[in-house]
Write a protein of this length. Structure first.
Length: 164
């Protein structure tokens, strides 16, 4: 769930880290529904006015390739290598290896426009090499560490083994 929502199972309470004008009582007759949504990002919304059901809508995690759950195939390896095969994207990866950065930071560091950086980041994200997370107004990009390990293992597997 979103970090703004604090649940204490022992006390059977749920708190939001933001003001709400009154307490809500959850009963069997009036249960609370939790709904993940991409449309409320980055906020948590509480719907408590009758006749609407009691609902807490929180930001859904960004969708992206889930390459960590499946083994790397040759096609995945080719996609990642194609994404790394452009000088600007390789420079972006180098900067992201040091720390997470926004599109605007990368544009300044590389001397390119934010729209060009955004297109390169899109290709890196589609290849599963980068991930993103929103912090307020900004989107921070970082390297996907397990994906890079998978790529390294796939490349290592291509080398012939010396016979003993």
């Amino acid at each position: 769930m979103a970090p703004q929502i604090r649940v204490d199972p022992g006390a059977r309470t749920l708190r939001l880290d933001r003001p709400h004008h009154h307490d809500l009582t959850v009963t069997r007759a009036r249960p609370v529904t939790f709904t993940a949504s991409h449309y409320v990002w980055p906020h948590v919304r509480v719907t408590c006015d009758t006749p609407w059901p009691l609902r807490i809508t929180y930001p859904a995690l960004p969708l992206g390739p889930s390459s960590a759950a499946r083994p790397t195939s040759q096609e995945d390896t080719l996609t990642a290598l194609r994404a790394l095969a452009a000088a600007p994207r390789l420079r972006i990866v180098t900067h992201l290896a040091a720390q997470s950065r926004t599109t605007q930071e990368l544009a300044t560091l590389l001397g390119l426009s934010p729209s060009v950086i955004s297109r390169h980041l899109h290709q890196l994200t589609q290849a599963g090499l980068t991930t993103s997370r929103r912090e307020g107004y900004y989107v921070l990009y970082s390297l996907h560490p397990t994906r890079l390990d998978q790529l390294a293992a796939a490349l290592t597997a291509l080398t012939p083994r010396p016979e003993a």
